[in-house]
Design a protein around this ligand. Structure first.
Ligand SMILES: [Zn+2]
Ligand SMILES: [Zn+2]
Length: 142
């Protein structure tokens, strides 16, 4: 079962502080083309649900990346902070920001069929293709 805990973290420069009150400990990686453009590689995130607060919100720029989601980053240091679903307010927060990295488990990889061949993770994870994701969540809900 997913263990929900409070997690805190910061961006690289410290201007933005994150508190996730109901964070999962499961790490997911997304290999889709948008995430790889955004971060320069796969996006590794923690599902933090909707109970997330930020200090230094003035230093967050939110990029409207699709009809259903937006992506936040620190305008001072460029750290990628979150992928957020507009309708639900659900935050997927970049795992590297969190202070405590010890209790995380790498659990799943999505858009595995979009992963370029020059890298692959050796962890045993649940992997889903684009078609499987669309089947699970309905048409274009990524
Ligand atoms: Zn920063
Ligand atoms: Zn992605």
């Amino acid at each position: 079962m997913t263990e929900a805990t409070k997690q805190t973290g910061t961006c690289l420069c410290g201007a933005v502080r994150i508190t996730a009150n109901n964070s999962s400990n499961k790490v997911g990686a997304c290999h889709c083309g948008m995430c790889r453009k955004w971060g320069g590689g796969p996006f590794m995130e923690i599902d933090c649900g909707t109970d997330v607060s930020f200090e230094g919100e003035d230093d967050i720029t939110v990029y409207n990346s699709s009809d259903w989601a937006e992506r936040g980053f620190c305008k001072k240091c460029g750290s990628h902070l979150f992928y957020r679903l507009k309708e639900s307010g659900q935050h997927m927060i970049a795992v590297g920001l969190f202070d405590d990295q010890e209790n995380f488990v790498f659990e799943s990889q999505v858009f595995i069929d979009k992963k370029p061949s020059f890298y692959s993770f050796s962890n045993k994870t649940k992997n889903m293709t684009k078609a499987e994701i669309f089947e699970m969540y309905g048409s274009s809900n990524k």
